[in-house]
Design a protein around this ligand. Structure first.
Ligand code: ZN
Length: 475
């Protein structure tokens, strides 16, 4: 077998790619390839033509999967074409995405690893820097993300996560039923939620990327039609279809009837109000739920406030030793009791014996958590929440009376979350996963790359390794 034939089989670059020459340069195997096809293809839209504008004066270079300990580079002299839509472009190659310096196989390995392992491992193993990883992930995400993932959304959660430093936020929309992140953008609050709803139901007047079938499309034998009720309907739950008749030609359907936002039954969020305002505007039929996760978070903040106040008091009394002991108590207080280490459990026992404000604050925090324990019925929770509200009002601890007022204001939203089965465990698990990934994404230069990593890890995507894509079976 000739070397070029062997490499052609080894590299699997796709149909019409010819290996011309193989050589070595430093630590790299350099493989020269040529495109066998006559037609030139636009990398943006797939338009193809036989007319060539010119040939680029230099070889294009892509990094491919390593060959043993060697790096492997593909070199190819490419032609340019003039696309009626995109103008002068260098022709597309089947083995790499447009404007990438890496082959698809290499990029798919990077994406797979990035969702599973840490920065140092990837950098060292693949010999690339972390920012390059960010750019690769962005490309893979843009291509792999299912455009239909925003169809059939019924129960959502909107929340933000801080990225990099403070005041840098990503807003994420989670699909509670599929337990994945369906959408994300930079920024937070009402604006970010508005952007989501606009993308969910693009204004038909403005040009949208999603293809709208032309109204005058010739209709052949119509298939059974489905009618989707808008808002509460006494017989059919929102989002479920019922058979219906075709509209007469020429008549128009109210676009609201087909709006994807009109299928939403519940949207869960925090208590700041921005997401609620946007939801009320775009999906007025959806129930606004307060994520239990955020209620517990507020209780933790209130406890921390009490603890800090007490600690400062100790310090001003110049009891340095007690102050230091007390500072270490922070995690013993904030963690769930069943997750404490032995040392933290002992610290907690000491705090209990000492009693006082901090212990009282701790029991109040635990009472808030108790409301959201799994297995409680709506009636149970209603009783517990009202009992808690009167306890908080009488607590004589300022942060907790304030917490009581906030919970009272959002009582309906909290109960709605329980009714819709949006419990703490469900939202917290996804939240923790997102937070972990966001920390890993700190080194990326752009929010888009951080968002892409979240979507690749928590989104509706299944990533494959190169050998799986090429249909070579695993062990
Ligand atoms: Zn084009």
């Amino acid at each position: 077998m000739r070397v070029t034939t062997a490499f052609s089989r080894l590299l699997r670059l796709g149909k019409g790619v010819l290996v011309k020459k193989v050589g070595f340069k430093g630590d790299t195997v350099v493989v020269e390839v040529a495109l066998r096809r006559r037609r030139l293809v636009c990398p943006e839209c797939g338009y193809s033509t036989r007319a060539r504008k010119d040939t680029r004066p230099e070889n294009s270079v892509w990094r491919h999967l390593d060959l043993g300990v060697w790096r492997l580079e593909l070199h190819c002299r490419r032609r340019r074409l003039v696309c009626p839509e995109h103008g002068a472009r260098t022709e597309a190659v089947p083995f790499a995405r447009p404007d990438s310096e890496f082959t698809r196989d290499f990029e798919c390995l990077v994406a797979w690893l990035a969702t599973r392992t840490d920065k140092t491992t990837i950098k060292r193993m693949l010999r690339i820097d972390w920012r390059t990883v960010g750019r690769i992930i962005k490309r893979v995400c843009d291509e792999e993300l299912d455009p239909d993932r925003l169809n059939d959304l019924f129960e959502l959660g909107i929340d933000e996560v801080s990225w990099k430093r403070q005041h840098n936020y990503l807003t994420l929309v989670a699909d509670h039923q599929r337990r994945c992140v369906a959408w994300g953008c930079q920024g937070k609050g009402e604006n970010a939620a508005d952007r989501f709803f606009v993308e969910l139901d693009p204004d038909p007047a403005s040009p949208s990327p999603s293809p709208q079938p032309p109204a005058s499309q010739p209709r052949e034998a119509p298939e059974p039609a489905i009618m989707v009720p808008f808002g509460p309907c006494p017989t059919v739950p929102a989002g479920h279809g019922v058979p219906a008749a075709w509209l007469a030609d020429g008549s128009e359907l109210d676009p609201q009837l087909l709006a994807r936002a009109s299928k939403l039954r519940a949207v869960s969020m925090d208590m700041t109000g921005g997401y609620a305002a946007s939801t009320r505007h775009y999906a007025p039929q959806a129930t606004i739920c307060i994520d239990p996760y955020h209620v517990v978070q507020l209780a933790n903040q209130a406890l921390d406030e009490v603890r800090r106040g007490y600690w400062n008091e100790l310090r001003s009394l110049a009891d340095q030793d007690a102050a230091r002991r007390f500072k270490d108590a922070r995690w013993a207080l904030l963690k769930a009791p069943n997750k404490l280490t032995d040392k933290q459990a002992a610290t907690l026992a000491r705090l209990k014996a000492a009693g006082g404000e901090v212990w009282r604050a701790y029991t109040l925090k635990e009472a808030v958590r108790a409301i959201f324990q799994p297995g409680l019925s709506l009636e149970d929770v209603t009783i517990l929440i009202d009992r808690l509200l009167s306890r908080l009002a009488r607590s004589r601890l300022k942060p907790f009376t304030r917490l009581g007022k906030t919970i009272r204001k959002h009582r309906d939203g909290i109960l709605a979350a329980i009714r819709h089965g949006i419990n703490q465990g469900r939202t917290e698990a996804l939240n923790n996963k997102v937070r972990l990934i966001t920390r890993r994404a700190y080194g990326f230069h752009s929010a888009e790359a951080a968002l892409a990593l979240i979507m690749l890890t928590c989104g509706p995507i299944t990533l494959h390794l190169p050998h799986e894509l090429h249909g070579l079976c695993a062990a």
